[in-house]
Design a protein around this ligand. Structure first.
Ligand code: GUN
Length: 332
């Protein structure tokens, strides 16, 4: 996609790109500003790395421990990326890889050990966990101050009472909010008072996203698979956050003209033809029908390259925040 950086960008990294130049002559082209999550994430990681250097100079090196149980290939890829990002920020980075047969008791014991380790400021237990382990029990064992995923009930509770600065906020919604704020600023729109619809009610994305939108004074609806008229609900939204995990479920013609669309979904679907090894091609799509939604939206995140890169960037930011707090350099 040929792209033009918006002139309102205050920093060196492009945030939003736009194809508006040819729009008037070719109505088939997307109207929406394209929200460049990759560029924003790179900027966030760069800022975190710079802040980490200052902390290291004061004698505290942020430490992140990632715990992986089992053989899930996607989880291995995610965990490797998290470790690499931590290293690129100058953090102390450790990975614990445990067999799929690991008992709940031994995983809990490892988390307790990490809770007591002063070199570790952030603990992340990669999900999903094997069936014999109660994920809630493990997540509740993580010390809330080291819960860089923001999944512990203490952090969920702080977010629910609107104490956003004190909570460690789940990474995907936190990253989505940054993209949303930048899009609103570039479109010259105030978020306060807007109708926001979050499609999806998970504890990891949908519910915390709704709390963050509420903290921005949006009027928030959480829609889900049992919502009576999803098309009408989405159709009245100035802000749509799609987090249902169903490929292209949100149709482009549902989108209100000018709305900001944040697509959290990352779904692999069959592509066209075969790759060079003779395997059927696949491609990634979001929860929103991108091409048709981009014809109506004011701004939209692409998949890939939208919300995805922000999740790891926010994990780095949470780890830094946890380390700063542990060093008592910050009261709250
Ligand atoms: N599995 C998929 N996404 C995530 C995430 O953000 N955190 C953890 N802990 N596990 C995941």
């Amino acid at each position: 996609m040929s792209a033009k950086t918006t002139s309102m960008d205050r920093r060196s990294q492009p945030r939003l790109t736009c194809r508006s130049k040819d729009q008037a002559v070719n109505e088939q082209r997307p109207h929406a500003l394209l929200i460049d999550g990759k560029a924003v994430a790179a900027r966030e990681v760069e800022e975190t790395a710079a802040a980490a250097q200052e902390l290291i100079a004061r004698g505290v090196r942020p430490g992140l421990a990632v715990v992986l149980v089992g053989e899930d290939p996607a989880s291995h890829v995610y965990v490797r990326s998290k470790g690499k990002a931590a290293e690129s920020c100058g953090f102390h980075s450790v990975q614990h890889t445990l067999p799929a047969s690991t008992s709940e008791a031994s995983l809990v014991a490892l988390v307790e050990k990490l809770n007591d380790d002063p070199a570790i400021h952030g603990i992340l237990v990669q999900l999903p966990l094997p069936g014999q382990i109660d994920a809630a029990r493990v997540l509740e064992t993580i010390a809330p101050g080291k819960d860089v995923d923001g999944f512990h009930p203490v952090n969920a509770g702080l977010l629910a009472i609107g104490d956003v600065s004190r909570a460690l906020v789940p990474c995907t919604p936190a990253g989505s909010m940054i993209l949303l704020r930048e899009a609103a600023r570039d479109l010259n729109i105030k978020l306060a008072g807007l109708e926001a619809v979050v499609v999806g009610r998970s504890n990891i994305v949908g519910k915390p996203m709704a709390q963050l939108l509420l903290a921005e004074n949006c009027t928030v609806t959480i829609a889900h698979s049992r919502t009576n008229d999803l098309a009408a609900t989405v159709g009245r939204a100035d802000v749509v956050v799609a987090a249902v995990g169903r490929p292209e479920m949100i149709r482009g013609d549902w989108i209100k003209p000018g709305a900001i669309v944040i697509d959290v979904g990352i779904n692999r679907v069959p592509g066209e033809g075969l790759d060079k090894n003779g395997k059927a091609r696949t491609r990634l799509v979001g929860d929103v029908e991108f091409e048709s939604a981009a014809m109506r939206a004011g701004a939209i995140t692409p998949v890939p390259g939208g919300v995805g890169p922000m999740t790891i960037a926010m994990l780095m930011k949470n780890t830094l925040k946890a380390a700063v707090r542990s060093a008592s350099l910050q009261k709250r």
